[in-house]
Design a protein around this ligand. Structure first.
Ligand code: BGC
Length: 845
């Protein structure tokens, strides 16, 4: 991206973050309806007066909006007729209301856009984990080259021995039976005049591998590995195409075994075999241009220490529960076996993998006598500790590098406070998001699961959108969800993609899980304010709403998870479905989804759908009030979660009464008991002081209990580990499960007070209602919103409570200060001092 700064007298305006469909300089993505966005900063202007969008192809202007008032920096769709495999430049000019202006430009390039492929699908017969290869000559050095390709299960492309891209785990994980994502890479710099070689390494991934915890559940999209691709090279004014066809060959790779759950076994000295490839027709959906943002090694970490455990094990401690793999120099005499086993916890000081269920989570390397760099290609691990076997003693921890693998998303939010425990909690949430945002929002990264559980994704989406720019990431997830919904009459499966239906058939429709279809699109709308996102996802919302509406017996129509892992059934500790009544939950969420669908439809001018959704929502509300509240307005079967949902969704006929019920339940149990569904909104529905009290508790169950026990990610259960640091007897204890990390949305939205306003989403207007507490000392939040950087800070100082808010260009804040004052704040920095117990006292603005 080129950024141009234009001077207008002394004024400078900076335009950055140029995005198309929320992707930076997208190459080969599905851009059927491109939406353009950008950020203006470093300007004395408060808002945009006019803007001009232009799109060029080969230097020719294809589109010019002229300098007009309507372009929206949050997302503007342009009526473009794009061609396949074509690069476009685009530029935006902005004139501010202060008279300054700026201009910036970027590019995007289309993929194959559904045009026929010259390449054919090829496979190495039944050979697993093979390399498909082809040598060819180029008469001239290329001026440019692109490769369009994909492979199943997972693939890596090498050109002349070098990786063609820094992406890993391509082509991503999705509903391959409905569509297969094709990638485009710019490979010009890797090709040379003369002899060249293409190599496509393949392994099973979820497409042919075990996926889901009961082996008989596994869904096999395609029983063999295969690939399709075409390389297009431009040289000396001529185009050369090298496509996959019968002329390709296969050879064995050093990978003997590869599985997502079990890891990989490498034998570089293995005797190589080769053969001719076969043409094939894999039983998968059509090829489409990709939607997935790239998955990459986003960070590297060195081990923090080397431990010799009481059992005599040699264990590396990465100092952080992370997701990815280790890279190390593998050395040893021929035939020596080096093995790494990955785990999340030490129990009694010893390596433990007690929570991994059937996942072997290992990496094995058989030395061939030569030193080589080792790391897995197609598997990943969730780990803090690595048990080393077969290595020469003494082991040098500096030999090992932890590669943190994640979807490569911009981290947009951060908070620092004067409370070390809260800071660690916030870091843990970010680490759990990094680790579980791996093309699919997964429940956990380590055991035999790692699936796109819809309920987890739904409850965490608000937090996720504060922490990172998730628009493109969720767009892909929701596209898969819609594919699954189309197969299932609108129903949403438990996991997306639904790669687990071989023996049991379709499973879905769970309350609070299926509602991901409406909650995530609405959350994207609130955080990013781009109508095109809502438009794209309205079909998910409508289909799910109608499916639920047709289920008169929804509570008994399928298996529900309820308020999953709630602690409100102490008499039945093994029971995972909390005590909150399922029919109550069904009415709450049916209301919630219909309400959101109605609002989205109204905004998009879909009047009939908006009316239908409004009628349904009213009907659910009435039923809920009639069936679950007594005539005095009290909840008949109160649980903490029931109260929280009724309050948060505006369903309680008497807010005060329900609020009192919630507080008395908390007093009775002495702690929180909420599960996945109640936890995200619990603090928001408590009076400020009580919310803080709960937040800062360190006994079990609480957020800081796990921090106190040294957690570096969020646990699946409130009580996943005992005080002694051993796995509790409950079973199913992931230590990297983001659902309870949904508390971070309270820290951004209430502690720091930054909440998007549904009337003007994307932080065009936002709430600023900070809720400071002396026990935290200070809080400093920075949020790179889609309009630019917002900073919200408070600090208890001698002269009183100091507050500061920075509002970006094009945005306004509706503030409610802790002293009750309401303020409307435009772009710029605003400071307040509230002396004594929050008096007045603005010092500058
Ligand atoms: C997953 C959860 C998920 C749940 C649903 C578990 O196995 O790890 O996070 O939402 O099942 O019951």
């Amino acid at each position: 991206m080129r950024i141009m700064l234009k001077r207008n007298g002394w004024k400078l305006m900076r335009i950055s973050h140029l995005r198309v469909n929320h992707l930076r300089e997208p190459l080969g993505y599905d851009l059927r309806s491109p939406s353009f966005s950008w950020i203006v900063s470093d300007t004395a202007s408060a808002r945009q007066e006019k803007a001009r969008l232009r799109v060029f192809r080969d230097g020719e202007t294809l589109y010019d909006s002229g300098l007009v008032s309507w372009p929206d920096s949050l997302g503007t769709e342009l009526p473009l007729r794009l061609r396949p495999r074509t690069r476009y430049r685009w530029s935006v000019t902005v004139v501010g209301d202060g008279g300054d202006r700026g201009e910036a430009s970027s590019f995007f390039e289309t993929g194959k856009m559904g045009e026929p492929w010259q390449g054919r699908w090829i496979c190495p017969g039944d050979e697993k984990n093979a390399v498909l290869y082809k040598s060819f000559r180029l008469e001239e050095a290329p001026s440019s080259a692109r490769i369009y390709l994909t492979g199943l299960g997972l693939y890596r492309l090498f050109i002349n021995g070098s990786p063609a891209s820094d992406e890993v785990l391509t082509p991503g994980l999705n509903a391959y039976d409905r569509w297969v994502q094709a990638q485009t890479f710019d490979v010009g710099p890797l090709l040379q005049k003369g002899e060249n070689q293409l190599e496509i390494w393949l392994a099973g991934g979820i497409s042919r591998g075990r996926f889901s915890f009961t082996p008989e559940d596994g869904y096999e999209y395609c029983p063999y590995d295969c690939a399709i691709g075409e390389l297009r090279v431009a040289a000396a004014g001529k185009e050369t195409v090298v496509a996959t066809d019968e002329s390709w060959r296969w050879r064995t790779s050093p990978i003997l075994e590869s599985s997502i759950y079990d890891g990989e076994v490498w034998d570089p000295g293995r005797e190589s075999r080769s053969g001719s490839v076969r043409l094939c027709t894999p039983p998968v959906g059509p090829l489409r241009d990709r939607l997935s943002p790239p998955v990459k090694v986003v960070m590297e970490r060195k081990p923090q220490r080397l431990i010799v455990t009481p059992r005599g094990e040699t264990v590396l401690d990465m100092g952080q529960n992370m997701v990815g793999w280790l890279r190390f120099p593998a050395r040893g005499p021929k035939g020596r076996v080096l093995r790494l086993r990955f785990g999340e916890q030490l129990e009694h000081g010893c390596f433990s993998r007690a929570n991994l269920r059937t996942a072997k989570a290992a990496f094995t390397w058989r030395c061939d006598g030569e030193e080589k760099t080792a790391s897995p290609f197609f598997s990943w691990y969730g780990f803090r500790y690595v048990l080393l076997e077969g290595f020469d003693e003494p082991v040098d921890p500096a030999d090992f590098t932890g590669c943190v693998v994640s979807s490569d998303l911009e981290e947009t939010g951060s908070i620092r406070t004067g409370h070390a425990g809260l800071n660690r909690l916030l870091e843990n949430v970010m680490w759990s998001q990094r680790g579980n945002f791996l093309d699919v929002p997964t429940d956990c990264p380590q055991r035999d699961e790692r699936e796109g559980w819809t309920g987890d994704a739904q409850v965490f989406a608000d937090t996720a959108c504060y922490n990172m720019d998730c628009a493109a990431f969720y767009t892909k997830y929701l596209a898969d969800m819609l594919e699954e919904q189309e197969k299932a009459g609108g129903c949403v499966p438990y996991v997306v993609p639904f790669a687990r239906n071989r023996s049991r058939g379709f499973e879905g429709g769970a309350v609070g899980w299926g509602d991901a279809a409406s909650v995530i699109p609405w959350t994207l709308w609130l955080h990013y304010g781009d109508r095109s996102l809502l438009k794209r996802q309205l079909p998910n919302m409508a289909a799910w709403m109608e499916w639920a509406a047709e289920r008169k017996d929804w509570p008994s129509a399928c298996r529900h998870f309820g308020d999953w892992l709630a602690l409100d059934r102490p008499e039945e500790p093994a029971e995972r479905v909390g005590k909150t009544d399922i029919s109550f939950l069904c009415l709450c969420y049916a209301f919630h989804s219909a309400d959101l669908t109605g609002r989205a439809a109204g905004l998009l001018g879909e009047e009939a759908l908006a009316r239908r959704a409004g009628t349904l929502a009213e009907m659910y509300k009435e039923r809920l009030r009639k069936e679950h509240f007594n005539p005095e307005g009290a909840l008949l079967c109160p649980t903490q979660t029931a109260c929280v949902l009724a309050l948060h969704l505006g369903l309680a006929p008497d807010r005060e009464k329900t609020g009192e019920q919630l507080r008395s339940l908390l007093r009775e149990s002495g702690h929180l008991t909420t599960g996945f569904l109640g936890t995200p909104w619990l603090l928001a529905e408590l009076p400020e002081r009580e919310a803080w009290d709960l937040l800062l508790r360190e006994d079990c169950p609480s957020w800081l209990y796990e921090v106190k026990l040294g957690a570096t990610t969020i646990w699946e259960r409130w009580n996943s580990l005992t005080e002694e640091g051993c796995f509790s007897e409950t079973g199913m204890n992931s230590l990297n499960h983001y659902a309870y990390g949904s508390v971070a949305a309270w820290l951004y939205g209430y502690m720091c007070g930054l909440r998007p306003d549904p009337e003007a989403p994307g932080f065009r207007r936002f709430r600023w209602e900070p809720k400071p507490d002396r026990r935290a000392g200070f809080a400093r939040c920075s949020l790179r919103s889609p309009l630019g950087l917002i900073r919200s800070e408070w600090e208890f100082a001698e002269e009183g409570l100091r507050l500061c808010l920075a509002v970006p260009f094009g945005s306004r804040a509706l503030g409610l200060l802790p002293d009750g004052r309401q303020v409307l704040l435009g772009p710029g920095e605003h400071r307040f001092v509230l002396p004594g117990p929050f008096g007045n006292g603005e010092v500058s603005s």
